[in-house]
Design a protein around this ligand. Structure first.
Ligand code: SAM
Length: 256
């Protein structure tokens, strides 16, 4: 294992570290989980802490941070809902960022990656997999509590509508975070990527105060990361979360 030279905390999140190597910046997250690596990423120890490389070519959230994303990034102690977790590449880093006092409820509808996500949760104690369709958030609402942030990477034509529906249902308050990886190739051929981005931003802006979107090329072609902070308008007529949460949230099922 190559040990990088000097880890410096990133201003956006205390469990996110940067390492400057020549003119290149590498990102790492302080791991919550146990080895082995999740997707072949490098692990390294520094100052008694254990870090994992957060690869921009493998994770759109990492690519966004490399591209100077100024919107929300998960911080320690937060709870996030993750839509489209697949086998957990990025979800494991989000779990690292929220740290041992935080939680990530990771929704995936496809059974094959979900099986790997479930196995990963054995090693990531703050990761709670949910096998469900993000299009039907009410069907899994009893499995996740009100959250501080929604992250989505579902690559669907109606991805913005799905994100808004989940954000309106699960976010605990105005000011909570909405971050989505926007795959423009899933949105049809009638516009170029920037045209699709403009449509998505307009739709999201109905309930979210948007940060400046970032383009992820060349790491992820035709993708942007879009999002910001929820505004009161997102919640419409929904009662406040304190009234809605009449029972303690149940954690997702874990393997024995
Ligand atoms: N976020 C992952 C990462 O960075 O590690 C990669 C996600 S992959 C691009 C998109 C995933 O979203 C797929 O695993 C797919 O099965 C899942 N997905 C698509 N539509 C979904 C839906 N309606 N509900 C839940 N998962 C969905």
């Amino acid at each position: 294992m190559r040990v990088p030279r000097a880890f410096a905390a990133d201003r956006r999140s205390p469990r996110l570290a940067r390492v400057e190597i020549g003119d290149r910046t590498e990102l790492f997250t302080e791991t919550v989980g146990a080895p082995p690596p999740v997707y072949g990423e490098r692990w390294a120890d520094s100052g008694g802490r254990s870090f994992r490389a957060f690869e921009p070519g493998r994770s759109k959230l990492s690519a966004a941070i490399v591209r100077e994303w100024a919107g929300p990034v998960p911080v320690p102690g937060e709870t996030w809902l993750y839509l489209g977790a697949a086998s957990g590449t990025t979800a494991s880093h989000v779990a690292d960022l929220v740290g041992p006092a935080g939680r990530v409820y990771a929704v995936e509808r496809s059974p094959r990656p979900f099986a790997r996500l479930l196995a990963l949760a054995d090693r990531w104690p703050n990761l709670y997999p949910i096998l469900a369709d993000a299009r039907a958030p009410r069907e899994f609402a009893y499995l996740a509590p009100p959250v501080d942030g929604v992250y989505a990477d579902i690559a669907q034509p109606d991805q913005v509508a799905i994100v808004l529906a989940n954000a309106a249902l699960f976010l605990a308050r105005a000011g909570a975070a909405v971050v989505m990886a926007l795959k423009t190739a899933s949105m049809g051929r009638d516009r170029d990527p920037e045209g699709h981005l403009a449509v998505a931003e307009r739709e999201l802006a109905r309930g979210v105060a948007l940060a400046r979107s970032v383009k992820l090329d060349p790491f992820h072609r035709g993708h942007f990361v879009v999002g910001g902070r929820a505004e009161a308008a997102l919640f419409g007529e929904r009662p406040p979360v304190a009234l809605r949460a009449t029972r303690a949230p149940r954690p997702a099922p874990r393997r024995p």
